[in-house]
Design a protein around this ligand. Structure first.
Ligand SMILES: Cc1cc2nc3c(=O)[nH]c(=O)nc-3n(C[C@H](O)[C@H](O)[C@H](O)COP(=O)(O)OP(=O)(O)OC[C@H]3O[C@@H](n4cnc5c(N)ncnc54)[C@H](O)[C@@H]3O)c2cc1C
Length: 420
């Protein structure tokens, strides 16, 4: 049966797009070789932050000075596998350039804010429609903790930019911090709470629930890998997959870190690397020692979240081939961080995971119509903010497919920005 739209990839971006399109009455097919929100997807194991304030790109002025360290220290918070350097170099140069001046950071921040604004409420609404309101806490707030005020001052530019965009950031110090985070190591004496931000309680389950909801609205799932497109006179006729062709009028590329080959076949060459990240999760119930509000631990560059099923510590950036074997020593480092930040938590028995952040060099996704084939829409490259931005990204993909005017200006998210 011919579909109106084939969505390629059933991570959180594809899942959100599927819901939006199915709710508009379109015949949707979701294509993914893995289970929706399964362990193969970044959407399974992320830190669960609905951080509408995550507006600054990962790069920053002067970051190039760190490059030798990234290559020397394979277990540092950001590392590049030396053998992979020649492949990653063009991307790394663009990454360094993207954050090289305050002006560039401010521009990206203002652009990303249009995508992230109100994200916690958007997730709350969609989770309610999908019958899983318990998976979203839109009013949890999120906290960045520092050993002391000096650490916070060193991050001053990012906080100034957020405040300029109207984001409320409340400072918490000393005994007040100890009161609101009683299990936190006493070596942390300063924090910033962002009340507008929220949290998901189980990112993998949320993604799977959205796909189930789309199925109740008529969407079908096909377990296959998309491999290309068939078109005539520049107009999409079908998606080619490992299980044969799917005839369709439109397709959304939402394959996360594995989107580049398909995007290229649709006429756009997008620099995308996988910023590989790890997590450890200590499984258990609400009585586990851990954060009251999810925390970003500034000096260790990890996020620690209380989820429905336990306490998760997630982070690290490893630039390496998406197919390279995991370096589980990194997960051990996460376990060490978790034990140091919440000393009463028994971290002896923890599940480990590796996931691929689909990252463009400037920290912004590509949400655009493809240049080479009419009917193909890009929606990938969400990097560090794929969960939080997914609710609006899914709506935007649906608006592009259905031919409506997009609800925000999409020029900052075009594929054309990489053409020079
Ligand atoms: C450690 C870590 C912590 C993070 N923390 C946060 C956070 O707190 N908040 C936040 O907003 N973001 C966070 N992120 C980022 C976020 O998880 C990602 O940006 C987001 O999950 C990307 O979603 P996606 O749907 O684009 O990709 P994915 O979730 O990776 O899904 C892509 C899907 O496409 C499928 N696929 C691949 N190739 C094909 C093909 N050829 N045909 C069909 N299907 C295919 C895959 O099987 C997969 O299911 C984190 C990421 C990591 C790794």
């Amino acid at each position: 049966m011919k579909a109106d739209v084939a969505i390629l990839g059933a991570g959180i971006i594809g899942a959100q797009a599927a819901v939006q399109l199915a709710e508009r009455g379109l015949k949707v097919v979701l294509v993914d070789p893995g289970p929706p929100g399964g362990e193969q997807a970044a959407s399974f194991g992320n830190a669960a932050w609905l951080s509408s304030h995550s507006v600054t790109p990962p790069s920053a002025p002067g970051i190039w000075k760190q490059v030798p360290k990234w290559l020397r220290d394979p277990l540092g918070p950001l590392s590049v596998r030396p053998a992979y350097l020649p492949k990653a170099l063009p991307w790394l140069l663009r990454y360094v350039a993207a954050g090289s001046t305050e002006q560039k950071l401010r521009k990206v921040a203002a652009e990303l804010r249009t995508l992230l604004k109100d994200a916690p409420s958007l997730h709350e609404e969609i989770a309610a429609r999908a019958g899983v309101p318990e998976l979203i806490n839109a009013r949890s707030g999120l906290m960045h903790v520092y050993p002391d005020r000096a650490g916070y001052d060193a991050d001053g530019l990012g906080w100034r930019i957020r405040r300029e965009l109207g984001i409320v950031c409340d400072e918490i110090e000393g005994p007040e911090l100890a009161r609101c985070q009683p299990d936190l190591a006493k070596t942390y004496t300063f924090a910033v709470n962002v009340p507008e931000a929220g949290q998901c309680l189980d990112p993998g389950a949320y993604c799977a629930a959205l796909v189930r909801f789309a199925q109740t609205l008529g969407a079908r799932i096909i377990a296959a890998r998309a491999t290309g497109f068939r078109s005539e006179n520049g107009r999409l006729l079908a998606v080619e997959t490992s299980q044969g062709e799917i005839a369709c009028d439109a397709a959304v590329i939402a394959c996360g870190a594995r989107s580049t080959a398909l995007a290229g076949k649709a006429g756009d060459h997008v620099p995308l690397e996988s910023e590989r990240g790890y997590h450890v999760t200590v499984e258990g119930g609400a009585n586990l020692p851990g954060p009251t509000t999810s925390v970003m631990v500034s000096d260790r560059k990890v996020v620690i979240s209380r989820l429905a099923g336990g306490i998760r510590c997630a982070g690290q950036v490893e630039i390496a081939s998406p197919d390279a074997a995991p370096d589980w020593r990194r997960a051990e480092i996460m376990r060490t961080h978790l034990a140091a930040v919440f000393p009463d938590l028994d971290t002896g028995d923890a599940r480990v995971w590796l996931g691929l952040r689909p990252s463009t060099p400037d920290g912004k996704p590509v949400i655009a119509r493809a240049r080479g084939i009419r009917g193909v829409v890009h929606c990938f490259g969400h990097g560090h903010v794929g969960l939080v931005s997914s609710a609006r990204s899914g709506r935007l993909a649906a608006q592009l497919v259905a031919g409506y005017a997009p609800e925000i200006d999409l020029s900052p998210f075009s594929a054309a920005r990489f053409r020079s």
